[in-house]
Write a protein that binds this ligand. Structure first.
Ligand SMILES: NCc1[nH]cc(CCC(=O)O)c1CC(=O)O
Length: 316
């Protein structure tokens, strides 16, 4: 980076949901701290994923739904960067776009929210649990076959409102989103990774820019978290190798312990009847290789058959 190079104005494209705005304002504040002379504005946008609320996302085309409109703003030059929940960023992101920085991760785990129970173990047979994530559904069905899983869509506030009006005994959400919105007190139990292995990238923020904006990459570099970047690179490499999207019950979660990256991933039948899992460990520098190795292990166990069946149109 040349010494003279600091940004004068930056525009952040963001979805208009409360969580997306929190995340965009978080990045705005950090940029403002780093570059006091810079003006950082938000460009609020509605995406197709925000508009379609009556069908589960797996039926309408997956995660790119939350990203496309923001990318159009980058291409048009209306915005310089887009802030996303990393979990929602397609793993096959390619030129002209790139992930310029991955920020420090918050709690990566799923959380149980309920007005009637403090844990999943307390819920009686037939109790209705809300989630639209095949990943959460498969893991819940495997461990708690007596519970009933029902779809739950909408932004965080909508989902909580549906719980509060009595549609569900409990719902499962990402802990990170609840905490960011000041709703941590609604969490009755954080589901450990051994019970509900998180999605690749869950809890982390990703900043997307046009790939040829080397200036932005340099300006954003100080926001990046090396540990989170290594962990989420490994997780996303698993998804990429398995052709993952939110249409498949796929989980991938990495942690750093004593300087080693430990990665675990699973592919499940949506009904929870089969859960394939694989794990490995290695140097954080080898994150993507570790992800590839775990994906190959899952394929060798038969993950390809599960994934092929799920991608058949009749499965949707
Ligand atoms: N699928 C939507 C989504 N994308 C990111 C989060 C939460 C925040 C995060 O994972 O960083 C959520 C809500 C949820 O899964 O409950």
């Amino acid at each position: 980076m040349t010494a003279a190079s600091t940004p004068r104005t930056l525009v952040i494209a963001t979805r208009a949901s409360r969580l997306a705005l929190w995340q965009a304002r978080h990045v705005q504040a950090r940029l403002q701290d780093l570059y006091p002379g810079c003006r950082v504005d938000l460009l609020e946008m509605t995406t197709r994923g925000d508009q379609i609320l009556d069908r589960t996302l797996s039926k309408v085309g997956g995660k790119g739904l939350f990203v496309k409109e923001l990318e159009t703003a980058l291409l048009d030059g209306r915005a310089d960067l887009a802030v996303h929940s990393l979990k929602d960023v397609p793993v096959d992101l390619t030129a002209p776009f790139s992930l310029a920085a991955i920020l420090e991760r918050a709690d990566p785990c799923d959380a149980l929210v309920s007005n009637v129970a403090g844990s999943l173990d307390e819920l009686p047979p037939g109790a209705v649990i809300g989630t639209s994530s095949l990943r959460r559904e498969a893991q819940l069905r495997a461990r708690y076959p007596h519970l009933a899983i029902k779809p739950l869509r909408g932004n965080l506030d909508t989902r909580l409102a549906k719980l509060d009006r009595g549609d569900y005994a409990a719902i499962v959400l990402a802990a990170a989103g609840l905490k960011r919105l000041g709703l941590a007190e609604r969490i009755r139990a954080v589901l450990p990774a051994g019970l509900s292995l998180p999605a690749a990238g869950q809890g982390a923020l990703g900043i997307e820019t046009l790939a040829d904006r080397a200036d932005l990459r340099d300006w954003l570099a100080p926001l990046a978290c090396g540990l989170t970047t290594a962990c989420t690179l490994a997780e996303r490499a698993v998804s990429r190798a398995l052709g993952g999207s939110c249409q498949v019950p796929l989980a991938a979660h990495a942690v750093l312990r004593n300087g080693r990256l430990h990665l675990r991933a699973l592919v499940a039948e949506p009904d929870g009847s089969r859960i394939l899992s694989a794990e490995t460990e290695g140097a954080p520098e080898d994150a993507e290789t570790l992800g590839g190795a775990v994906a190959r292990d899952l394929l060798a166990q038969g993950a390809d058959a599960i994934l092929a069946r799920l991608s058949e149109p009749s499965a949707l």
